[in-house]
Design a protein around this ligand. Structure first.
Ligand SMILES: Cc1cc2nc3c(=O)[nH]c(=O)nc-3n(C[C@H](O)[C@H](O)[C@H](O)COP(=O)(O)O)c2cc1C
Length: 233
């Protein structure tokens, strides 16, 4: 950080980030003009690129890339197409499922995946213990996931700083291999989050905005914070 001003600005963005589930109407989806789409789509791409400055511990080395995460951007036009087909593609899903409504309101949906290196593979962990006795392969995968989560948080903050609404979703049907196939996502990737992005230009009478359920459950006094003091006598 360069200055006290930078620190203040960063703290403000961190506190301003909040979950905003934006629900639209599939029949009357939020319209985004070409001008706004090109303006905000560019900001989304720039935010994803900058989010990639997240730390990562191990070179994942998949397809020649060191990063353990991947980002797949679905622009609003394709989100509307998915919303329209959603119940045909997933006939067993309840009519009340919120994904079509969110796909009808967002400016973009960014699917972030991570690339497990060992998990799910029928590999013998024995003989791969690290110096503190944990199976090293498990630790590496945990750290690939942790790094990818840091990338998602970076993305949420950057989008917030650009006045865009964000919602980190667990993805529902976006996690399924059927959806991965439709979106051209490799089955070797593991779903981490679907970041729904609301563009500031999105206005519409039928839009509903819902906050995150855990927002108000934050401990006021940071009771999860503990300072360690060693008592050497
Ligand atoms: C890994 C992860 C997955 C999440 N998935 C969902 C989800 O599927 N549905 C949902 O309503 N909120 C989801 N959230 C958002 C949380 O509900 C939200 O962060 C929490 O309520 C706190 O609100 P805040 O983000 O406004 O501080 C997810 C958050 C994280 C970190």
């Amino acid at each position: 950080m360069q200055s006290e001003d930078d620190l203040q600005a960063l703290s403000r963005v961190i506190k301003a980030r909040k979950t905003l589930k934006v629900l639209g109407d599939v029949e009357h989806a939020v319209e985004i003009s070409e001008e706004n789409a090109s303006r905000y789509n560019r900001k989304v791409i720039e935010s994803i690129e900058t989010a990639g400055w997240a730390p990562f511990h191990y070179n994942r080395g998949h397809n020649g890339l060191a990063e353990p995460w991947r980002a797949h951007v679905i622009w609003h036009e394709d989100c509307r197409i998915i919303a329209g087909h959603f119940h045909d593609w997933f006939p067993d899903v309840k009519a009340s499922n919120k994904l079509p409504a969110m796909l009808s309101a967002c400016g973009a949906l960014v699917i972030v995946t991570w690339l497990p290196q060992f998990r799910g593979k029928d590999q013998q962990l024995e003989g791969f213990q690290n110096s503190i006795g944990l199976p090293k392969q498990t630790t590496i995968d945990d750290e690939h996931l942790a790094a990818s989560a840091a990338m998602v948080q970076n993305l949420l903050l950057l989008l917030t700083a650009s006045s865009m609404g964000t919602y980190w979703s667990s993805g529902g049907q976006f996690r399924t291999s059927a959806m991965f196939d439709r979106l051209g996502i490799s089955q070797g990737e593991s779903f981490l989050g679907g970041v729904f992005v609301e563009y500031p230009c999105s206005v519409g009478e039928s839009i509903e905005r819902v906050c995150g359920k855990q927002r108000s459950n934050r401990s006021q006094d940071h009771a999860w914070l503990r300072e360690v003091r060693l008592n050497e006598s």
